[in-house]
Design a protein. Structure first.
Length: 260
């Protein structure tokens, strides 16, 4: 059994307030984007893989959900390797392509940094329920309730958009107007979906106003959102990983501040 099998004990991250997950992710990402060096990204990535063991995700789910990050990171690294700033020894050159010692080091740092920022973001938000996130943003962060509920309603409609797209595609095929002209069909169907989405959004806004979601009074919440010890522990872990990465990078002389 994988170490990423969903945890049933108190270590399961599913019960942690989504605001804490958002804060931990922002802390780590905010530090890593300040530097482009492979040391800080490697340290952060090593610590993250240890923490992923308690993320409550199966190995299959982890691989599938983080697949876009695994594709984007080496792609960005390859682009940097071929077209990055030339410095040091030249390994290969052809036209605009220059593979040098500096571009190779920058490519490795870019790849590791994308992984170090992207993987924990995906892992943490996979375990987030949109309603819990809305409750946390409104009750813990104190964001305006109208803004939070509007965003939650819009997020809930994403699944309906996918279903509407499939229904439009089947309907157009049944009418015999989707047999050829892929680009024309795509544009026409996208416009139809836009019209349908505007109508659905207008109906949803009217229904929410009728139910008092836009009332200028302090609203109550069906489920309380709390920020307790385990939430502070997660934020502390994010801060600790960020500080450790910075410390090792500075100590080894690899710190490369991006604004200098």
């Amino acid at each position: 059994m994988s170490v990423l099998t969903p945890a049933r004990g108190p270590q399961a991250i599913f019960r942690i307030n989504p605001v804490a997950k958002l804060a931990a992710t922002l802390l780590l990402a905010g530090v890593l984007i300040l530097t482009i060096d492979w040391v800080s990204a490697s340290v952060a990535l090593a610590c993250e893989f240890v923490l992923f063991c308690w993320a409550g995700l199966s190995l299959k789910t982890f691989a599938l959900r983080t697949l876009p990050v695994w594709i984007a990171a080496p792609t960005a690294g390859l682009t940097t390797l071929l077209y990055g700033q030339a410095a040091g020894q030249v390994y290969w050159s052809f036209g605009l392509v220059n593979v040098t010692e500096g571009s190779l080091e920058l490519a490795i740092a870019t790849t590791l940094r994308i992984l170090a920022i992207g993987l924990p973001s995906v892992v943490l938000f996979v375990t987030v329920d949109p309603t819990d996130l809305a409750d946390g943003l409104a009750q813990v962060v104190r964001l305006p309730a109208r803004f939070v509920l509007g965003g939650l309603a819009g997020l809930r409609l994403v699944g309906l958009f996918l279903e509407d797209w499939r229904a439009l595609e089947l309907a157009r095929r049944a009418r015999g107007i989707a047999d050829r002209g892929a680009l024309r069909r795509l544009l026409s169907q996208a416009f139809a979906l836009l019209v349908l989405s505007i109508r659905r959004g207008s109906k949803l806004a009217t229904a929410m106003e009728a139910r008092g979601f836009g009332a200028p009074v302090r609203r109550t919440w069906a489920r309380p959102s709390t920020f307790r010890g385990r939430e502070f522990a997660l934020v502390g872990l994010g801060l600790a990983v960020a500080l450790l990465s910075v410390g090792v990078s500075v100590a080894t002389g690899s710190w490369n501040f991006v604004l200098t």
